[in-house]
Each structure stands twice: as C-alpha cells, then as structure tokens.
Design a protein around this ligand. Structure first.
Ligand SMILES: *Cc1c(COP(=O)(O)O)cnc(C)c1O
Length: 490
C-alpha cells in the first residue's frame, strides 16, 4: 500500500519505509494514501482472540510486512498480565477498557511492544544494515514503554527525552533506572512540547543528506510513527467484541468511545478503526486543563498560545497534538496543501483555523470535553466509592467527560471509556483524591494506596525504588540536536 506525507504527495513510500523512517522527509506524518481502498472484514474480529485481531489489523494497515502473525506473537506473548492484553470491565452501565496491563502499566505498552518487532522486520526486509537511532519525546509513559521495548534490540539505539519537571516521580524512576547497552535517557529543561519540538527539529537538522554515509538513520517511537499508531486499533475492535460477547450490544450497534487525549494518537486510532468498518458512534476527546483540543473541536480554531498547566494527568499536558495533523489529512480527503499551510501557521503563528465545512465534518465524528484537577480528583473518589474500582487521573478525566457527554447527549450509544494507566503510576494524586494525607515520598504513597484499597501494585512498579539510577543527563530545550549528534558520533 502506498504511504505518503500529510504535507505533500511527492514523498511516497511503502509501509516498511514509513515505519522505519518514522517521520516523512518534509516534516509531515506518514498516512495511507487511500483508506477506502483497504479491504477489511471487521466482523471476523468479533470472534477472534486479541492476537488474531492484532494480526488482521496490522496486515490491513501495514501490508508489506511478512509474517505479521509471528511478529504479533513475539511482541505480546507472555508480556502482559493477561493474554487477552486489554480486558473490558463494566462499571455500572459504562464499559472501561483496561489498557494498562502491560509491562510498564500504561496503554503505550500495546503499541511499543509491537513497534520494535515492526522496525526490525522492516530493516530485514529492506536489507537495511544501518544503526537505527530512535528518538523519542515523552510526556511520561511513552519513554518507559519504548525503553523496555527496545532495550538490547540489535541494530537499534534509543534515546528518550523527558520534561525535567513534567513527569511523575514514579514515571521518572521507571525511565532513569532502565538498563540496556543501547538505551539513553535525558531530561529536558522545559515541558513536553519543548521536548517534542526539539525532537522534530533534530529530525530536520539530521536529515538523510546530513546522515548519508554515517551508517545511522533516525526513527521515532512517538505516535508520529504509523507503526506506533497501527497496533492501537486492535483494542477498539477487541472492546467492541467484548461488548457483543457480554450481550451489552448486538453486532452492528454503535458504540461511543471516550478517550483521554494528549497527542491525539489514541483517539485517532479509534477514528481509523471506524474507517475500517467498526460501528463507532462518537469519539469523545477528553482533555485536562490543557484544553486546546476541546477548543479546537468546538470552534475550529487551534490556538496553542495559552498558559501551559501542570496537572495531575501529566501525560496529557500537551498543547501541540501531533496526530491532529493526520485527522486533518483524512477529513480533507488528503488535501496536503491545506494541511501543510495549517501546520506552517501552527509553527509560525501558534495557531490556525479550519473552515466551517471542515469543522462540520470533524464534529460529525468527534465530541469533546475537559476537566480540571479538582474534578479529576472528584471522579477518582466517586468511582472508588460507587464501584470500588481504582482509576488513575488520566482515566478519571475521561470518566468525568464521559458522564458530561452522556448528560448532554441523552440519545448516546453505549459508552466505552479508555483506561490508559495504572493508578500506581500516580499514587500521590490518587491518594490525595481519596482524601488521604500524602507522604512526601511517592513510593511510600504507593504502599499506602495498596494498604488502603487492597488493589495490588503491578509487578513492574513494585521494587522500583530499590533500582539503581542509570541516567542523569539533562539538556536545555535547544540542546537536543547537539546531544544526539554527539551520541551518534557526528
Ligand atoms: C499518552 C497518554 C495519554 C494520551 O494519549 P495520546 O495518544 O497522546 O492522545 C493518555 N493517558 C496516558 C496515561 C498516557 O500515557
């Protein structure tokens, strides 16, 4: 299948090249040129297990890969708490899709267990013998999931940049204690947007011409890489099949999904699942106080010139949501000139507006809402009191927005809320939401939360405190390119 950049039609690639490169040479994101040409029998996914659904989805979106079923097996076998990978639980009338049962306790594991398999397979099939240097900016969860996925993978080196003050202590500890001969972790003095912009600038500065003859090629583990996004479609199909099996819906009925959103990757995967035929009603975009997407989806104006809030859901503290660019491409039927113009305005002027007709098309598919930290805490407490179920702050944001959405849209379809992280990644915020005094040390908070609720600490997080710190590097927001150049010996 043909892939091209969101910003011009002259960067055509196949799916192997798109995954291996991560970002298109013109700074755009790789997209399948014609979504409607993908033939996909979604009804088969109703009876298949998660591994088979993943294989089917990935074969459809990334058709140039050989032996997808083998890759899926190697990616997921034995790595998650359960072989169904992403269980669905019912909380009252709503379904909650648990995406955090992987090795690092966040939904990023679903994609980042798979991506190393895809990158290695792409290299092999393309006969690429270069060192693949993965560059990743993280708002907290991608970093660790990528480090675990890529640690000691031959032919690959990974560098993770995280905002020095922008991740939870547990998230930081997960990253800086990561071992492996090919891993590097570096703090950035700034927020996530600074880290992500720095990575994008490094891609531009170290382009293929600059790297020619060096034996090194760059790639990305962020959701700008289509190989990161594609595995995320799987759990939309899986959740739908679960609801059919539970008898909550019949095959063909619409389901609304509420997605806690930062970089717009997860929710875009839901949109792609819909385009492959899944009966999705509305995709509800849930934000925290950094509600740039709520505003965009309600008014059609994207304006990142606004205060940046540090919230209790740090993985969504993002003002530049990269994957919105892909949505704009699909919604405009591939108007690359318009997308390039909007993205240019975003980078030069800090924002852009789409036309009423584009907005109307977007609103036909998406709804949006947000909540602040206080409402998030209220939701954590309410869910614990009503359902005896412990959610993390990101999930709580989505839950809050889901209830708001249902009140405002009485004729809504059955709702699935995506649960993106374990509460133990954010124990201080969760403990505080439950009205408990919070110890200064987050690891003590973890233990206290377990004593209070009886919910077990996930294996990957228990014992984290004892692990040795391996990484202490830190750079300014303009220092990423030099750092990478030095580390690859340029
Ligand atoms: C990354 C992340 C999100 C946001 O996902 P996007 O794909 O960036 O929109 C939400 N919750 C958690 C816990 C995350 O780690």
């Amino acid at each position: 299948m043909n892939y091209q950049s969101t910003r011009s039609s002259d960067n055509n690639s196949n799916s192997l090249q798109a995954v291996l490169r991560g970002l298109a040479p013109d700074g755009g994101l790789y997209v399948p040129v014609c979504l409607d040409d993908i033939s996909f029998d979604w009804k088969c996914t109703l009876t298949e297990d998660t591994f088979a659904i993943a294989t089917r989805v990935l074969q459809a979106l990334l058709p140039d890969f050989e032996d997808m079923s083998g890759l899926v097996d190697r990616a997921y076998s034995g790595k998650f708490e359960t072989e169904e990978l992403t269980p669905t639980v019912m909380l009252g009338e709503d379904a909650l899709l648990e995406l955090f049962r992987g090795p690092t306790s966040a939904f990023k594991d679903v994609a980042l267990s798979m991506l190393p398999q895809l990158i290695c397979a792409a290299k092999k099939q393309l006969g690429n013998g270069e060192l693949t240097q993965i560059l990743t900016a993280t708002s907290g969860d991608t970093g660790k999931a990528a480090l675990v996925g890529f640690a000691d993978v031959p032919g690959v080196k990974i560098t993770v940049f995280y905002p020095e003050q922008g991740v939870s202590p547990v998230q930081k500890a997960q990253m800086v204690t990561q071992t492996g001969t090919n891993v590097q972790v570096c703090a950035v003095e700034g927020n996530f947007d600074d880290a992500q912009t720095g990575v994008k600038k490094t891609f531009a500065a170290l382009n293929e011409k600059v790297l020619e003859g060096s034996g090194v090629a760059l790639s990305s583990a962020n959701s700008i890489n289509i190989g990161r996004l594609a595995p995320q479609l799987t759990y939309y199909f899986k959740a739908y099949a679960d609801l059919v099996r539970k008898g909550s819906i019949q095959a063909g009925d619409s389901v609304d999904f509420v997605v806690p959103t930062g970089n717009f990757g997860d929710i875009l995967a839901g949109y792609l699942a819909k385009r492959l035929g899944l009966p999705v009603g509305k995709l509800v975009c849930a934000s925290n106080a950094n509600n740039v997407l709520t505003d965009f989806l309600t008014t059609g104006t994207y304006d990142r010139k606004r205060p940046f809030h540090k919230t209790t859901s740090p993985s969504m503290d993002i003002l530049i949501s990269s994957n919105l660019e892909r949505l704009l491409y699909f919604i405009t039927n591939g108007d690359t000139a318009a997308v390039a113009d909007w993205m240019n305005r975003l980078s030069k002027q800090g924002g852009y507006s789409v036309s009423d007709s584009v907005l109307a098309k977007i609103q036909a598919e998406f709804s949006a809402g947000f909540c602040d930290d206080e409402m998030t805490a209220g939701a954590i407490k309410e869910i614990w009191q009503q359902h005896h179920y412990l959610v993390d702050p990101h999930t709580a944001v989505a839950w809050y927005v889901a209830q708001q959405y249902k009140r405002q849209n009485p004729s809504h379809a059955p709702v699935v809320v995506l649960s993106t992280a374990s509460p133990y990644k954010f124990p201080a915020a969760v403990l505080s939401a439950l009205g408990q005094p919070v110890p200064e040390d987050e690891f003590e908070a973890m233990d206290k939360l377990q004593q209070l609720t009886g919910v077990a600490i996930p294996a990957g997080l228990a014992g984290l405190k004892q692990r040795k710190v391996q990484h202490t590097d830190c750079v300014g927001p303009e220092g990423l390119t030099e750092y990478v150049k030095k580390s690859i010996g340029l």
